[in-house]
Design a protein around this ligand. Sequence first.
Ligand code: HEM
Ligand code: HEM
Length: 145
Amino acid sequence: MRAPLLVVLWVLLGFEALGGLLIFFMRLAAGSTPGETLHIVLGAVLTLVYAIYQWQHWNRTAPFRSRMDYALGLIAALSMAITLGTGIALTLPWWAVRIAQKSADPVAYSTVVSAAHNIMSMLVLTFVGAHLAAVLMRDSAAKRR
Ligand code: HEM
Ligand code: HEM
């Protein structure tokens, strides 16, 4: 649980969740998206770290078994892939406006991609938590036996 790569993954996931929540509320309250650049840069790092982590994690836990911890891990990984994928897709229009045109105009994000990113980001947090809970419950049940 204290493996360095896992700790880095938790910290990045925490920053992305808080940063995303800030963007979500501030867009509704003030029409602004503070911390957007940081959210994108950390998001790119998270994508790399997560890819390495998932690769190693799968090599350790394969093959798939029909058990609660595996099923929840799979849903967590699918939600993570869609969140990171839509995050990168949202970065394309951002890049065109902020970096290529060096403009401060509002970025015309696709509503569908933005909604998918928003909803899947909540599912990632839910299912990573559920996956961990299932692993811990399995461990405590094994100890009691
Ligand atoms: C699991 C990690 C992530 C979480 C929990 C997360 C969460 C969020 C949330 C809640 C929003 C606000 C959505 C809205 O108000 O519509 C947001 C916006 C955004 N995210 Fe992420 N995000 C993550 C990863 C990423 C990644 C990897 C990238 C790109 C590299 C990215 C790029 C963006 C962009 C460009 C926006 C602004 C566009 C928009 O709001 O539609 N995100 N994120
Ligand atoms: C978002 C993706 C995922 C994250 C963040 C994650 C994280 C974790 C963590 C922190 C643990 C407990 C510590 C450890 O044993 O390393 C764990 C255990 C486990 N995970 Fe995942 N996991 C993910 C996806 C998956 C997937 C896709 C599977 C398989 C389908 C899976 C199967 C397992 C199993 C079987 C264990 C128990 C391993 C053992 O006790 O040796 N996980 N996971």
